[in-house]
Design a protein around this ligand. Structure first.
Ligand code: PLP
Length: 399
């Protein structure tokens, strides 16, 4: 059975060129970059080349890039650094739709006595910069607002938001994990102090990320240890993965313009076709600026869990608008913040494409989705749909 991978916001496949580039560093090039002899120097140079490549993708200088273990670490490190910088500033501004790497951290800080302002979004997932203007004050340590939402792809006006934070003397961090490599980014266009990246959203391996730290911003170490990364992060570097991230960043930069157009057309075609063939279909964030690759769809009268199961049986990988933990369905905090009820969250699936997604795959995906929806509609009225799908329909839908 053909796998149709439409979950690229969760993670991406490793680009063969990236794999090729990293392999020598898992093999003969095993030296420690901190070593003074030739084998160490070769490794150090490879890390510096990766730094240049990652920097180029976001319009930054190489020395502003700090390699980390993942996007989550980058997010945590930025907030940690800002709070260390001025312990008298105990106010943080963020949004209700951030990734858990920010939300859980902010909730933890709230329990420790920090004051958190949670900015709202409207029904399209948009944020009003005036809300940030009203929220910041002279005790605001950091404003942390994502560049692109992972569930809907909706973009926030980070340059305008960074300027507002700067006026209040607060640091500005943006979680750009979903945006990097999908849309053009120029960190020098505004006073963005910190920007998080993650390699595995870019066709590089999991377990490596980066944090952009604006020139002149004093960084307070999140990981304390050796003098690696110019003394900004202790721990021997994950060399092969850093090299891979560098190569992935270069490939993403070279393909950016072309892929932006191609993937937007793929995604738009996907949505147009589905809307023409499936009634009661809503595109979340469909009327606002969003990532080119992301399609968050609410199938109004279709049980999302049943749809996901049927799609899985036909090889289609997508993700749900709600997470099922220990039998209880937790509605997506993003869709909830956009004013959707529990039912709508349950009936929402996210499809996300990439540089490797072909038109053929999307066409096949559409057929599977339409067939699955018809199947569920035909089962409606004869008992719980999920039970039917999960227990009676053991085999895949015929192609
Ligand atoms: N931020 C956003 C917006 C994400 O989508 C993700 C991953 O899904 C992360 C942060 C975390 O990145 P990582 O998996 O590299 O820790």
């Amino acid at each position: 059975m053909e796998t149709l991978y439409f979950d690229n916001n969760a993670t991406t496949r490793l680009d063969p060129e990236v794999r090729e580039e990293m392999l020598p560093f898992l093999d003969g090039l095993y030296g420690n970059p901190s070593s003074a002899y030739a084998l160490g120097r070769v490794i150090r140079d490879a890390i510096e080349q990766a730094r240049e490549r990652v920097a180029a993708l976001i319009g930054a200088e190489p020395e502003t890039i700090l390699f980390t273990s993942c996007g989550t670490e980058s997010d945590n490190a930025a907030i940690f650094s800002a709070l260390e910088h001025d312990p008298d500033r105990k106010h943080i501004v963020t949004t209700k739709v951030e990734h858990s790497a920010i939300i859980k951290h902010a909730e933890k800080l709230a329990r420790k006595g920090f004051d958190i302002t949670w900015l709202k979004v409207d029904s399209s997932g948009r944020l009003n910069p005036d809300d940030l203007r009203k929220a910041v004050h002279d005790e605001t340590a950091i404003v942390t607002i994502m560049m692109a939402n992972n569930e809907t792809g909706v973009l926030f006006p980070v340059h305008e938001l960074a300027a507002i934070a700067a006026e209040a003397g607060a640091f500005f961090h943006t979680d750009a994990v979903q945006a990097v490599g999908k849309i053009p980014i120029d960190v020098t266009a505004s006073p963005i102090d910190f920007l998080s990246l993650s390699a595995h959203k870019l066709h590089a391996p999991k377990g490596v990320g980066a944090l952009y730290i604006r020139k002149g911003v004093k960084f307070h170490n999140f990981l304390v240890g050796g003098g690696q990364e110019s003394g900004r992060r202790g721990g021997t570097e994950n060399v092969a993965s850093i090299v891979a991230m560098g190569k992935a960043a270069e490939l993403a930069r070279l393909a950016l313009d072309e892929e932006l157009t191609r993937v937007t057309a793929l995604r738009d075609g996907f949505e147009v076709e589905l809307r023409a063939r499936i009634s009661n279909l809503e595109i979340n964030g469909g009327n606002v600026e969003r990532l080119p690759n992301t399609s968050s769809l609410t199938f109004r009268d279709i049980d999302g869990e049943a749809l996901l199961i049927l799609l899985d049986q036909s090889g289609v990988c997508a993700s749900a608008g709600s997470a099922c933990t220990t039998g209880a369905v937790t509605p997506s905090h993003v869709l909830t913040a956009m004013g959707r009820d529990v039912e709508s969250c349950k009936n929402t699936l996210r499809f996300s494409f990439s540089r490797f997604t072909t038109e053929d795959e999307v066409d096949h995906g559409i057929e599977h989705i339409v067939r699955a929806v018809e199947k569920i509609r035909s089962l409606c009225g004869s008992g719980p749909v999920v039970q039917h799908v999960a227990h009676r329909e053991k085999s895949a839908i015929p192609a």
